[in-house]
Design a protein around this ligand. Structure first.
Ligand SMILES: [Fe+2]
Length: 314
């Protein structure tokens, strides 16, 4: 495979990838290694230019370069949804079997206001069109998914760009005083709300971030086997710095978020149909810009099984 990796013009990180044949990836270890290396070198943001729509098997083959498929959020209890009152208690395996019996792939998420079977526009929640806050995917679970892939099927004329924000650059330029305040500390990553502000199925709003249900992770993390260090903030809503009085936690989080989301660390991706963007949730945060409610936007999404967050020791 003749793969061409080009740094994204005008951005401080990220690369465009040309020449990938997804169906050939499972048998091409050299190509897979090259892509995994590119992801680390380019702060976990790769834009694949296919110039055509992919089949599900092709998206799965590309996903397989970066890891094993993880369940899509919102389908399995504990993965972006709580158990609804009166809902039967089922094992993960039982839930998977029931979804598959209904023809639902528990790993593939359809994201947007288009019916995946007919391709027709469908009505959806107003929240879909608004801004989706900066976040890393599913950081409220103990082993958050490492890579997320989005495949653009329908792209609006205006709006719907995805923002990426390098948390490698944020860590590299972290002021000494802020670094001292966060070293050895952990943040609780809340699972109550999705990134567009919707209450997740089976969740109730906590009185304060201290009561929120989520998982604690180190604020500064390191990629195992590399020197790559990154800030790991999750999402601002209901974030909480472990053991601090709420006011101090809020002040520290405000200072961290102001630093971490500077324009200088961001790349704003305007989509073309057929593209796949792969990002590493360990190295970048992402957000979604608003979409005009008259527009259609439709993506296929997969993600890979994650790992425990490794604290940076320095
Ligand atoms: Fe996301």
């Amino acid at each position: 495979m003749d793969i061409d990796v080009q740094p994204i013009e005008g951005a401080r990180f990220g690369a465009r990838i040309f020449g990938v044949e997804p169906s050939a990836l499972p048998d091409d270890a050299a190509a897979a290694n090259l892509l995994r290396r590119a992801a680390i070198d380019h702060h976990g943001t790769l834009v694949f230019e296919f110039g055509r729509m992919l089949e599900v098997a092709e998206l799965n083959a590309l996903t397989g370069v970066f890891g094993r498929n993880e369940f899509a959020p919102g389908l399995i209890t504990g993965y972006g949804k709580g158990r609804v009152d009166g809902e039967e208690e089922l094992t993960v395996e039982e839930q998977v079997a029931r979804l598959e019996a209904r023809g639902i792939d528990p790993y593939l998420l359809f994201l947007g206001n288009v019916d995946p079977r007919t391709g027709e526009r469908v009505e959806t929640s107003e929240m879909f069109f608004g801004e989706w806050e900066w976040h890393t995917d599913m950081s409220y679970i103990p082993n958050p998914p490492t890579f997320t892939l989005l495949h653009a099927r329908h792209v609006p004329e205006r709006g719907g760009d995805t923002g990426f924000c390098s948390q490698v650059l944020a860590a590299q330029s972290l002021p000494a005083e802020l670094r001292r305040r966060v070293e050895g500390k952990r943040i609780k990553h809340d699972s109550t709300f999705s990134s567009n502000g919707a209450l997740r199925v089976g969740m109730t709003e906590p009185a304060t971030p201290i009561e929120a249900i989520g998982t604690y992770h180190p604020i500064l993390r390191r990629l195992p086997g590399t020197e790559r260090e990154a800030l790991f903030l999750g999402r601002r809503t209901n974030g909480y710095v472990e053991d601090l009085p709420l006011e101090e936690s809020e002040a520290l989080l405000d200072a961290l978020w102001a630093h971490a989301t500077q324009d200088d660390f961001t790349y704003r991706h305007a989509w073309q149909p057929g593209q796949v963007v792969v990002w590493d949730n360990r190295l970048v945060m992402h957000c979604r810009h608003p979409v005009d409610p008259s527009e259609t936007r439709f993506m296929w999404r997969t993600q890979t099984v994650g790992e425990a967050v490794v604290a940076s020791s320095s």
